[in-house]
Design a protein around this ligand. Structure first.
Ligand code: IVH
Length: 675
């Protein structure tokens, strides 16, 4: 947060408390959600940071001072046989490794650890007590020491056996006391169906499955509970004779034999690498699970070691929760500026106070167009919720208007291009989208050249954003064709270059005078032409001259090319400045390679396959890629065009590809390219 006076901090704290309390009230009392839990967490974090800086502003009613889970007087309180613990969170590989080191330090030097990893289910914890195989009690977690007796309610959950199954070989677990702990869940589809019903009945909607499950279990009327579909999934088992359950993996086996659901995804792995592999695999697959999860539970598999390692604070030392990165956070809009794209689109962009979302720092978020800014009423100075998932460009979800202090400034779309001063023109009335019509706008030139030189286009090393801006600023280039006339003497005069770097850049440019046709087409930056469409066009028209002359009908006939693309191509080549650009390319000696008539479909493209393929062997893939003119490489490098990602993928290739920005495709996409 920016520097604040004490008075400003006091005001901000008051507003944050009000909004967080309002969120909590809606969430816990009304079963409604006014924002995501992640966004609320982000606000709580800001509040607790402010309170740390101004400790005498802490009041007992602050949301940071709340102690969770005190048992409700409506239910009978029951003491747990053993404390129900929580887990400490870890967020990345470094933190997993640090946890492993802390654990190993306490164990004999040669200890080889196995880990038991499972999905961390987002429900409510419950302990079930069985006596001689018969369910006698169900207790909520409560404060960990004392919970609420909700036996009548949990008896309506079909996946809880009222009597343990006497599976052959496991009968002795029916003797004496057995406690099974697990998570009570509402499945996502049941939750959605319930909310649809409520919507139809005009009732307020529930916030999320976990909250609904928790609310349901704490209903005083069991018949109401029976009407809601809940599940129980077991994760732990306590016996008076723990020696019979040497590992967590075996405890899961036993619990299954006794009639419980226990996650089949759970598995035993060795080493932090394997834990991370499991984590990455489930980061995408978790969305297909029937219930919500925000991470994994990683435990030392050996239950004896697990017990010996003891408890630190409220958590066992021998287990951690691996949390996937939150996809939402809150931050402040520092400014809104206009970015001119290579096609001239004038996009408002929010400059943000840096915030970590989905594992990376976000400083800018697209606001799409003027209409969107107005609709969402995003103002400079607003605290906003930012959303980002995986590789997706960050977006501003909404401003938190109750946190405004009056200093926020509404956004006004400029009438003129901020770079060249040309009057912007409206291209879409509905969304109030604007563009700079000046083909020679410096911003457009810069982005066009940068795109032309980018990895997926001509792949000219050393011609990134900063160098392009320097060349433009010195008046040495105006468009992508100009770069081919650059001499070492010209380049070396720029501050950014010395003799060697200037020589290298000029050589790198000259080496690309006969680019593969598809890359050249892609590099022109014609609207709607991505890498694949460029390949399709190159394969059909075979030379830049024929593409130049292609009619809408001819273009439309190309597989994968629709009316929008066809029109865009024709429009582009009809534009006089683009025609001039094409003549300039020719005059400067640029001759895109004509695609060979036979078998050159993948000419100039380099492939790497990682993991195992299902429809063909690696050798077959290599053979087919080569037969079509492509290159099959053994490892990902700067010149790799496609990383084909199969099953059981090694993390290192993916990491390298991500670092280099290599395009990743799945097996099906490869099959289609080979067809
Ligand atoms: S193992 C110390 N396994 O997460 C308790 N817990 O933050 C470790 N949870 O109270 C228990 N899924 O309610 C375990 N597969 C899983 C779990 C899981 C969800 C909950 C559990 C626990 C909380 C700890």
């Amino acid at each position: 947060m920016t520097d604040m006076t004490r008075h400003q901090a006091e005001e901000r704290i008051a507003k944050l408390r009000e909004l967080i309390n309002n969120y909590r009230y809606h969430y816990h009392v009304l079963d409604e959600s006014i924002m995501s839990e992640e966004a609320a967490d982000s606000l709580k974090h800001e509040l607790s940071q402010l309170e740390t800086s101004y400790p005498n502003l802490i009041t007992p009613d602050s949301p940071t001072q709340r102690v969770a889970g005190a048992p409700s007087p409506e239910f009978v309180s029951v003491e747990h046989s053993q404390r129900m613990l929580s887990l400490n969170d870890v967020f990345n590989e470094v933190e997993v490794a640090a946890w492993r080191d802390r654990v190993l330090k306490l164990l004999p030097a040669d200890t080889k650890l196995e880990y038991f990893v499972d999905i961390k289910m987002d429900g409510l914890a419950c302990a079930l007590h069985y006596e001689n195989g018969v369910l006698v009690r169900g207790i909520t977690r409560g404060d960990g020491f004392v919970g609420e007796d909700v036996t009548a309610n949990i008896r309506t959950i079909e996946s809880i056996p009222l009597r343990l199954h006497a599976t052959k070989g496991f009968e002795h677990f029916l003797d004496g006391r057995t406690e099974v702990r697990g998570e009570i869940l509402m499945y996502k589809t049941d939750f959605e169906a319930l909310n649809r019903q409520r919507e139809a009945a005009g009732k307020p909607l529930f916030a999320n499955p976990r909250n609904t499950a928790a609310g349901t279990i704490r209903q005083l009327d069991p018949s109401l509970v029976a009407g809601r579909k809940l599940y129980f999934r077991a994760y732990d088992m306590l016996r008076d004779d723990p020696a019979n359950l040497p590992t967590h993996a075996q405890a899961y086996e036993v619990m299954r034999a006794l009639g419980f659901l226990a996650n089949r995804q759970a598995s035993v792995v060795s080493g932090v690498d394997a834990v991370m592999h499991f984590a990455r695999e489930w980061d995408t697959k978790r969305h297909d699970l029937p219930f919500n999860t925000d991470g994994l539970v990683v435990k030392v598999n050996n239950r004896r070691l697990y017990a010996d390692l003891g408890v630190v604070g409220k958590a066992p030392r021998a287990a951690v929760a691996y949390k996937y990165a939150a996809e939402q956070a809150t931050t402040k809009v520092k400014d809104i500026f206009i970015s001119i794209g290579r096609t001239g689109a004038a996009t408002p962009v929010a400059m943000l106070e840096p915030v970590v979302v989905a594992g990376s720092t976000v400083q800018m978020a697209t606001l799409h167009n003027e209409g969107e800014v107005k609709r969402k009423d995003i103002r400079v100075g607003d605290t906003v919720i930012v959303h980002k998932a995986g590789d997706i460009i960050p977006e501003v979800v909404e401003p938190l208007t109750t946190l405004r202090d009056g200093s926020e400034k509404p956004f006004v779309m400029p009438e003129k291009c901020p770079d060249c001063g040309t009057k912007l023109v409206k291209i879409n009335a509905k969304d109030a989208a604007w563009r700079c019509p000046n083909e020679a706008c410096p911003s457009r030139s810069w982005k066009r050249i940068e795109h032309f030189a980018s990895k997926a286009a001509l792949d000219i090393e050393g011609l990134g954003e900063k160098n392009v801006i320097a060349l433009l600023g010195a008046g040495l280039v105006k468009d992508p064709a100009d770069i081919f006339t650059l001499s070492e003497q010209q380049v070396v005069q720029l501050d950014r270059f010395a003799q060697i770097s200037a020589r290298k850049l000029v050589a790198a440019i000259q080496a690309k005078k006969q680019p593969p046709l598809s890359r050249f087409i892609y590099g022109l930056g014609i609207r709607h032409i991505g890498v694949q469409t460029a390949i399709d066009l190159a394969n059909t028209f075979k030379s830049i001259e024929s593409l130049y002359q292609a009619t809408i009908d001819e273009l439309n006939a190309v597989e994968g090319v629709g009316a929008i693309v066809a029109e865009s191509v024709v429009e582009w080549f009809a534009e006089p400045s683009n025609r001039q650009l094409m003549s300039k390319f020719a005059a400067n000696g640029v001759r895109p390679e004509t695609v060979a008539t036979v078998g050159g479909k993948l000419a100039g493209l380099n492939f790497v396959v990682t993991g195992s393929l299902e429809q063909m062997s690696r050798d077959q893939a290599a053979e087919q890629i080569r037969a079509l003119g492509g290159t099959f490489q053994s490892s990902v490098g700067k010149d790799t065009d496609y990383l084909v990602v199969g099953k059981n993928v090694g993390a290192s290739k993916l990491a390298k590809a991500a670092k280099l920005g290599t395009k990743q495709i799945n097996e099906q996409a490869l099959v289609e390219m080979l067809a």
